[in-house]
Design a protein around this ligand. Structure first.
Ligand code: SF4
Length: 304
């Protein structure tokens, strides 16, 4: 307590080294400031737990490129070090080819946007339940065909799920791969939807057998570029592999999308604001599925 009072009465910040305490019990809001001295590709960008990162830091090693050869590294960490030191991209062509061979036309690139209201809005839902309100779907009928875009964005205050399910069933056909990025999320959303609307249970069984996760080549380090740091998220992978990103969009991630949607639906937004947010939501969700098409094309090109 005495220490705390001393710190509060000081006019300058105390000198505290970064450490595991910066994440306990939650990530500290001053992380950007205190951790800002770290170089690009620091050891804190290594895949894996914090224990190795802090043991290297305590040895005075802060750059991935400075990790000595005698430090045991996992396969993923070795790939990271190699890419940082050589400036090259890691590509495992054979494994990527096997992944691409799993894709069966027509290809359906699917992405959901969801919200999780703390206070349930719709009958039969619970606090924080994931409620999809939007999807983007690109369909590529066959090799070389132009992608056709479909989208759904709920309007009004009614439960968006019945209409969303109806549209999905109409558009997803009965054969061909359904590709999602981190497909476990899309699958979870679909399963929860069908719990609420069991008349779709038989349809869902067929859908789940067709799902393919485009995250896998990246989470398994079959492709890795140092700019991804320690993540295989679409927001990092898309610019790393295609050079294109999300910079010019009014909505930058799923959380933004959810907040924006709830704001226009459940507050007194003007018609102008509603139109502008809806346009941003449609653009953002479309880029997620379009981005997946570009990624698959790029992977194919790399494997030629
Ligand atoms: S980030 Fe927070 S916890 Fe970590 S050293 Fe800075 S102020 Fe302390």
């Amino acid at each position: 307590m005495l220490n705390l009072l001393e710190v509060i009465s000081n006019t300058t910040c105390p000198e505290v080294s970064i450490g595991k305490h910066c994440f306990a019990p939650y990530e500290c809001s001053l992380r950007e400031k205190c951790w800002g001295f770290l170089p690009e590709n620091s050891i804190f960008d290594l895949r894996g737990g914090k224990t190795k990162q802090f043991s290297l830091y305590e040895r005075g090693i802060i750059s991935i490129s400075d990790i000595p050869n005698d430090v045991p590294l996992s396969r993923e960490q070795q790939i990271q070090r190699e890419c940082v030191i050589t400036g090259t991209t890691h590509v495992e062509k054979e494994e990527i080819r096997l992944f691409l061979d799993m894709l069966k036309y027509p290809l359906y690139y699917l992405d959901f946007e969801t919200m999780g209201p703390a206070i349930p809005i719709y009958d039969g839902t619970r606090p924080y339940q994931t409620i999809p309100f939007q999807f983007s779907l690109h369909v590529v009928e066959n090799d070389g065909a132009e992608p056709v875009h479909h989208s759904f964005l709920a309007d009004g205050i009614d439960d968006p799920r019945p209409q969303l399910l109806h549209e999905l069933q109409r558009l997803l056909g009965s054969e061909g791969s359904i590709i999602a990025y981190n497909s476990g999320f899309e699958e979870g959303v679909l399963k929860e939807l069908v719990e609420a609307f069991p008349e779709y249970a038989y349809w869902l069984e067929g859908i789940l057998t067709r799902m393919v996760d485009l995250l896998l080549p990246f989470s398994n380090f079959l492709y890795y570029h140092a700019s991804q740091k320690d993540t295989a998220s679409l927001k990092k992978v898309l610019p790393a592999i295609t050079g294109r990103g999300y910079e010019e969009l009014g909505i930058g991630d799923g959380m933004d999308a959810s907040i924006a949607y709830e704001r226009i639906i459940y507050s007194d937004a003007t018609q102008e604001e509603i139109a502008s947010v809806r346009a941003d939501l449609l653009k953002y969700c479309k880029l997620d599925t379009e981005g997946m098409i570009w990624i698959v094309e790029r992977l194919r090109h790399l494997c030629q």
